[in-house]
Write a protein that binds this ligand. Structure first.
Ligand SMILES: O=C(O)CCC(=O)C(=O)O
Ligand SMILES: [Fe+2]
Length: 708
């Protein structure tokens, strides 16, 4: 296939920010082996390999077909993109390419496993092919396990929804010949596919009679038989023809990108199709085989249904554990009123209502009372620019930081610090070695700092202690228009599908990170994660595609940072710093006991090491989250909190249309009206403080003649 067989890969991504001085275009290496190479040495070793770059609409596709070698200059250190992990030396280096080159930095793409929709999750019919090896799905259509979706709270609901008949067509026909339907692809992508597919098909037995159909936006209300009928009746031409791309607006792209294989010849393509797409410069997508039971579904519904089944199977949306908050009668909210019945618990490890009644004594407290005392102490926008939107235009963009005081009570913070260390642990010394190890790095080769061990990280997610559930519940109440999910670290790690999983709890990324930074520890600028740099073979990319963080209707990558120390005097330093790369200035947040910082994960930030005055480490716990916009129909009463898992299951009936999610966000008030993007800054908190490039008047001439 012309794809280098070496196992490293480099994902390029293009960011065009005309308003920025530097970050106009950058490529990020996320492979461990690749990141040990400097750009120059990488090119020396692989001089003929060009880089695959993507951006949501492939506006630069023509560029990267040019296959020229690239001159890369070192990236400013804040683009040394690395996930500060709890587990070892996973890191990445990033390099910028000057805008004027507009070069298709085509590096290395290894043939990695691509995810294929596990068909049996779609219904009770027998699997088409054999179940996969136990470990990880592979790219092959053989990888079709007979399992039900995992990580769902209410599997029964899903089954019920699967049995819904869906829309019936009056002229339903069983497809009689093979077809490959590309649904939700951009016209430019379809153009590439149109060039490449016929050649591929002619090499296959019966391939010549396989239709290749680009499904346009206006066809989303059709069923598959209807689409095929149009083909047969010549409505849109002969075999290997496409629907008109004129009407294939960005909305079709936004609905989700799915490749549907109809018939055995088409299905036999499934194993290689995503690798081929990557080679052609088209972002891989979710691949599924057509089954008779899909016959009556509109394509819009089918796409949503398949995406949901795929997300469920790969555990892409893992809801954080929350307690459901029931709005108390107003009188009960008032300070001093009776507190019983204020919230109900939904998990065994959650704080019980009875506990809440004696909140101050036992380290727990009732959520409503706590929420009413939460204060927004900062809501800031920075790192602004213009980015390509999946909706077909360039949009304004900025990264955000929010600081909240009071989201966790002092007893809860204490309880959590004890849980993460040990009761009675001497915080003047290093963290206890039974739970912590020196593993955290901000960039390849850095001296590791203290991080939590894998079993503790796993326990935080799977068996969270009460303060963690409490904090998650209150966060969910603050953002009711979103389902708060753990970042699916396994699926977006560049280890995904590599087959070198060492088993057990070991993952290269994790959904939590614990930090215990000591005086003198190295701390570097980094970003936590970015939806534009997820590996192309990841099921996440197949389902959600590439998009810039904050894209309306797409999951928002957010980190939640909690400071844990009991006391942290001013001269201990160790502030968290946030950078506006364009203006080279920023802001810092001082650690304060129980303070919570929310940040959008693509915003450059770093810890600063504690001063020599600090006797022990500065403890912080970081949640890596994705905030998934709820479709309008699922948005709960904002005052009532919500049950995340329930809402996700609701979405399984295919109603998860992008438009619904956007409408839900706008109706629920989490996106300011007229805003081109979503963010962690809630409109009711007022205008964010604008730092650096986010300030529309930054850089104005200081001397303005005649204005005195
Ligand atoms: O503890 C802090 O100040 C920030 C930690 C951080 O950036 C991380 O763990 O990714
Ligand atoms: Fe970070």
């Amino acid at each position: 296939m012309g794809v280098p067989s070496i196992r490293v890969w480099l994902l390029g991504s293009i960011t065009i920010r005309p308003e920025k001085l530097s970050s106009t275009l950058y490529a990020t290496a996320t492979s461990a082996s690749m990141s040990t190479l400097t750009p120059a040495s990488a090119l020396r070793q692989h001089p003929t390999i060009s880089c695959w770059m993507h951006e949501p609409h492939h506006l630069w596709r023509r560029n990267f077909q040019a296959r020229r070698n690239v001159v890369l200059r070192s990236c400013p250190s804040y683009f040394a993109d690395c996930n500060r992990t709890g587990l070892g030396a996973k890191s990445a280096a990033g390099w910028t390419v000057p805008l004027e080159l507009r070069i298709p930095a085509r590096f290395v793409i290894s043939s990695r496993s691509h995810s294929v929709l596990p068909l049996p999750v779609l219904g009770p019919s027998p699997p088409l092919l054999a179940p996969p090896p136990a470990a990880r799905p592979t790219s092959s259509m053989e990888a079709i396990p007979e399992t039900q979706p995992r990580s769902r709270k209410n599997p029964n609901k899903r089954q019920k929804q699967q049995q819904q008949p869906g829309r019936r067509t009056t002229h339903a026909v069983r497809p009689e010949k093979d077809a490959v339907l590309f649904i939700g692809f951009h016209p430019e992508e379809l153009e590439v596919i149109q060039q490449q597919m016929p050649e591929l098909l002619t090499q296959m037995e019966d391939g010549g009679s396989t239709s290749v159909i680009g499904v346009t936006y206006d066809m989303l209300s059709y069923t598959i038989p209807e689409v095929l009928l149009r083909q047969v009746s010549g409505a849109s031409g002969a075999d290997n023809s496409y629907g008109s791309t004129d009407s294939n607006g960005p909305a079709a792209v936004a609905a989700g990108r799915v490749i549907l294989l109809v018939g055995p010849t088409a299905r036999s393509l499934g194993a290689q199709l995503n690798d081929l797409l990557a080679e052609w410069g088209v972002v891989p997508a979710l691949i599924a085989a057509y089954q008779p039971k899909h016959e009556g579904m509109s394509l819009r519904r089918l796409v949503a249904f398949l995406r949901d089944a795929h997300a469920a199977y790969y555990g892409l949306l893992q809801p954080v554990r929350v307690e459901s908050l029931q709005q108390p009668p107003l009188t009960a909210v008032a300070r001093g009123d009776e507190r019983s019945g204020v919230f109900a618990t939904s998990s065994s490890s959650a704080i019980s209502a009875a506990d809440a009644a004696g909140a101050e004594d036992d380290g727990t407290s009732d959520h409503w009372r706590v929420l009413e005392d939460v204060r927004v102490v900062l809501c800031a926008a920075m790192d602004a620019g213009e980015v390509a939107s999946i909706h077909g235009h360039y949009r304004r963009d900025a990264g955000h930081v929010v600081v909240l005081d009071g989201l966790l009570t002092a007893p809860e913070r204490r309880q959590l610090l004890d849980w993460l260390t040990a009761e009675g642990h001497d915080h003047g010394g290093p963290p206890p070695e039974g739970k912590w190890e020196r593993v955290c790095v901000d960039h390849e080769g850095a001296r590791p700092t203290w991080g939590l061990q894998p079993h503790v990280l796993q326990a935080l997610r799977d068996h969270p202690p009460p303060p963690v559930v409490a904090l998650q519940s209150r966060l969910a109440a603050l953002y009711p228009e979103y389902d708060i999910c753990h970042m699916p670290a396994d699926q977006i790690s560049d280890e995904y599908g590599s087959g070198d999983d060492s088993g057990g709890v070991d993952t290269s990324l994790s959904s939590f990170v614990g930090n215990a930074v000591m005086p003198g520890d190295p701390c570097a600028w980094h970003t936590d994660a970015d939806p534009t740099t997820v590996p192309p073979h990841s099921p996440w990319v197949h389902n959600f595609g590439y998009y810039h963080n904050r894209e309306l209707g797409r999951p928002l990558f957010v980190s939640m940072l909690l400071y844990l120390n009991e006391i942290w005097p001013e001269d201990y330093h160790a502030e968290t710093m946030f950078l506006d790369p364009e203006t080279q200035l920023g802001l810092f947040v001082r650690p304060a006991p129980g303070r919570v910082v929310l940040l959008e994960q693509d915003l450059p930030h770093r810890i600063s090491a504690p001063s020599l005055e600090a006797s022990g480490p500065r403890y912080s716990l970081v949640w890596k989250l994705v905030l998934v916009p709820r479709p309008r129909t699922n948005a709960p009463d904002p005052s009532g909190g919500g049950d995340c898992g329930e809402a996700l299951a609701e979405g399984a009936d295919g109603a998860v249309a992008l438009e619904e999610a956007i409408a839900g966000a706008q109706e629920g008030g989490c996106v300011a009206s007229g805003s081109e993007f979503q963010s962690i800054c809630r409109p009711e908190w007022g205008e964010p403080v604008r730092i650096g490039s986010a300030n529309s008047r930054y850089g104005i001439p200081a001397f303005q003649r005649g204005k005195r």
